[in-house]
Design a protein around this ligand. Structure first.
Ligand code: HMG
Length: 422
């Protein structure tokens, strides 16, 4: 059975803080943000947007005019910035989209791995026969928030990616037969129940990510041994490598760690490698990783959605030349659980990828000043917001958070975008 990603919808908040403004205010060299971390701008969340509205707006774009809500039998939201300890973001999305009452609906969490957990579960649901021909709606939606002035601050961001997962997918057919997993308890990044901002041991978290990648890729490689193509290192089989990108340079570090050990292992058998691998690794990253990072550079970390923004950006720009080619994915969630897996871009994918529209949404955002960013960042716990500000004219929408009544969260759809609302 061919199963995978049929459609992708993306959504980002309507405001943005350029790296120059943050660097200037915090007295950090802008080169550290742009070259050192790969961060050129980060999404800023105005008071009328939250994890639910981001998810619902991405989902509307994924369904478009092509997929009817009656076709959806499973709706999973992967997030680590949910709006309630008990009530899932997914059930708000269920109502906002008008999904059928027979659609199984829930939220999953394992830090940034939550979106991947949802995708893998959705594919298993289809493969098991439970789907009975229906499709799954998988949404990764998050707001990445660290304390102002902390080392993590430049690696904030927000956004959502929604995937329609189905049989005979139009975009990417996933290889479900082989995935490499690594999980283990580490305290690299976490957010206690009473806090809105993450606690992170930054440098340690980078080491945990890289170690998890090594183990997950080794697990993947072990399973590939029977199918080994001896002429080519395993990591060279992927036309592009899409890594979880908490900051874009992390993906370059990940690529270097993965290919150098893979190439060296292969060199022991058949390949001549130069003594200084640096140039080779850099050229390879420019060709196979950089094309996945342009959107992440302008949005920032989106936790569960980060790797899927990489995929959406890649397909938006390169689907035509990638049709028929294999992509490698590495998903990492702090704490930690990680997985390396692969998927092939489907022939004809460029027709669907042409509708993603991520670049256009990025260009439409309003640049905010440091004062506006700090005001939004300091906004109180959303539970306390009975009536937040109404969306500004730059809002892409249409769905926004309209406040709480009797401790119940409410959402509304803006008139201008009403054509999206079913
Ligand atoms: P830091 O201490 O601010 O930065 O922390 P640094 O001193 O390590 O510098 C960063 C890079 O900039 C270095 O490059 C510097 O050399 C360079 P590198 O050595 O790494 O190649 N640099 C410059 N470059 C050009 N011009 C300059 C300049 N100055 C310095 N003038 C850190 C960085 C990422 C640790 C921090 O931002 C942080 O704590 N971020 C949050 C945690 C994080 O993103 N961790 C990533 C792995 S864990 C993960 O991915 C999971 C996560 O997404 C959560 C989840 O799963 O839910 C976070």
């Amino acid at each position: 059975m061919r199963i995978g990603i049929d459609r992708i919808g993306t959504y980002i908040p309507s405001e943005v803080l350029p790296a120059e403004v943050l660097a200037d205010a915090r007295e950090i060299p802008v080169g550290k943000l742009k070259q050192g971390l790969g961060v050129h701008a980060m999404a800023v969340v105005p008071p009328w947007e939250d994890t639910v509205s981001l998810a619902a707006n991405a989902a509307l774009r994924a369904l478009g005019d092509t997929v009817s809500v009656e076709e959806i039998g499973l709706c999973i939201v992967g997030t680590e910035s949910g709006v309630d300890h008990s009530k899932p973001a997914a059930i708000f999305v269920h109502e906002l989209l008008g999904l059928p009452s027979t659609c199984r609906t829930y939220e999953v969490k394992h830090a940034c791995f939550g979106g991947t957990a949802a995708l893998l579960t959705a594919m298993d649901w289809i493969a098991s026969g439970s789907a009975r021909g229906r499709k799954a709606l998988v949404i990764a939606s998050d707001i990445a928030k660290y304390p102002p002035g902390s080392a993590g601050e430049p690696t904030q961001g927000a956004g959502a990616v929604a995937l329609v997962v189905s049989e005979d997918p139009a975009l990417v057919e996933m290889d479900r037969s082989c995935t490499g997993v690594f999980a283990g308890q580490v305290h690299d990044f976490w957010r206690p129940l009473d806090q809105t901002q993450a606690i992170v041991d930054g440098k340690y978290s980078v080491d945990c990510y890289l170690e998890a990648l090594e183990h997950a890729f080794a697990d993947y490689a072990r399973q590939q041994e029977g199918r080994d193509d001896a002429d080519q290192p395993l990591s060279d089989r992927f036309a592009r490598l899409v890594f979880h990108a908490p900051f874009p340079r992390m993906a370059s570090k990940a690529h270097a760690r993965m290919v150098v050990s893979d190439w060296k292992a292969h060199a022991a058998r058949s390949l001549e490698l130069p003594d200084d691998l640096t140039d080779l690794v850099e050229r390879d990253a420019q060709a196979r990783v950089d094309p996945t990072l342009w959107a992440n550079q302008l949005i920032g970390n989106t936790y569960t959605a980060s790797m899927y923004f990489g995929l959406a950006g890649l397909l938006e720009r390169e689907a035509t030349e990638l049709e028929g080619k294999l992509l490698g994915f590495f998903s990492y969630g702090s704490g930690c659980c990680s997985e390396f897996f692969a998927g092939r871009v489907v022939a004809g994918a460029s027709r669907v990828a042409g509708e993603i529209g991520l670049g256009e949404m990025i260009d439409r955002r309003k640049e905010v000043s440091m004062a506006e960013y700090e005001r939004h960042h300091a906004k109180p716990d959303l539970r306390a917001m009975e009536s937040p500000e109404k969306p500004g004219s730059h809002f892409s929408g249409p769905i926004y958070f309209s406040g709480t009544t009797d401790e119940k969260r409410t959402y509304a759809a803006q008139e201008r975008g009403a054509s999206f609302v079913r």
